[in-house]
Write a protein of this length. Structure first.
Length: 84
């Protein structure tokens, strides 16, 4: 087996039950294998997005300025309900 380290994670009961069902039906090898695959996929996705963003920024003038970042944050940030 590759270099691994045992860790403890917390998942919802529903997620654990769903993974157990996949394992029992043969759609996943094991609980651990499913979680390892999910983590690897998530890390690959993050790396791909970072690479795509870096490439897009390089093609459009480099990293965001502070003013551009503030504008993006103001447009993309979820609006808070002032009545709450």
């Amino acid at each position: 087996m590759a270099n691994t380290r045992k860790v403890t994670i917390t998942l919802s009961v529903e997620a654990v039950d769903s993974i157990k069902t996949l394992v029992e039906s043969g759609q996943a090898d094991s609980m651990s294998g499913f979680v390892q695959h999910a983590v690897t996929t998530a890390l690959d996705d993050i790396g791909a997005w970072q690479s795509m963003l870096r490439e897009a920024l390089d093609e459009t003038g480099g990293p965001l300025t502070d003013a551009e970042r503030a504008w993006a944050d103001s447009v993309l940030a979820p609006k808070r309900d002032s009545a709450a």
